[in-house]
Design a protein around this ligand. Sequence first.
Ligand code: GDP
Ligand code: MG
Length: 264
Amino acid sequence: ASSSGQAHSFRRKPVIIIVVGMAGSGKTTFLHRLVCHTQASRICGYVLNLDPAVMTLPYGANIDIRDTVKYKEVMKQFNLGPNGGILTSLNLFATKFDEVIQVIENRADQLDYVLVDTPGQIEIFTWSASGAIITEAFASTFPTVVAYVVDTPRASRPVTFMSTMLYACSILYKTRLPLVLAFNKTDVAQHQFALEWMEDFEAFQAAMRSDDSYMSTFAQSLSLVLDEFYKNLRSVGVSAVSGAGMDAFFKAIEASAEEYMETY
Ligand code: GDP
Ligand code: MG
């Protein structure tokens, strides 16, 4: 949130975790895993679903956009396609978001985390006015962290890795909130390659050169920009399916929340 310059007296809790990522990266499954983890660890998590189009959720949401906004009726009423329907539903919900903040504030003493699931198509949340309004409403009230879920097997080519990271970079600069990269699906592909590429610029350049994409030269220049970006984030490998990496994830969230408290 671009809340710089404003004087806030933040509560320490709950920490808001906004889960974003490309469609199919595993946001919903990951959220389910986080819910299980919090329950097993006696941490109190509260779940907010912001995807109006999801049919069934594996977890029980405490607040669900679908209770307030009927996505299919919105599509009909405004004569919209699927993406327009999701965006308009989110807009309608955003107008009442102060009520959501109020509900969370009323329970703040009992809550450790609020886990926020976002619509399948990432840009509907990250690049919409309502997404910005919702993010800002959280960030001006509670410590707020963005968790960017990466489909690790799909990011294993240098060029796809780079576009994934550029998107993460754009989210960091748009939200100005601490960002945690959750390399998901490590049960299918380990994320070591990603850590290596982020730590060692030469290694990434070498991988890029061996990839015969026509974008290579351009991509090599862009990777210089990314090297700077990597210094501003935390990354962990997770598997929403196996449950690997949950402790590391919450450690990264705690460190990010600390950073938030110091910065905002
Ligand atoms: P969303 O669109 O980002 O909410 O993604 P979903 O949670 O709906 O997951 C998309 C697909 O990825 C589903 O088929 C999941 O079963 C699968 N998936 C999610 N997380 C993992 C994981 O950690 N490992 C594996 N192997 N598959 C996963
Ligand atoms: Mg989902």
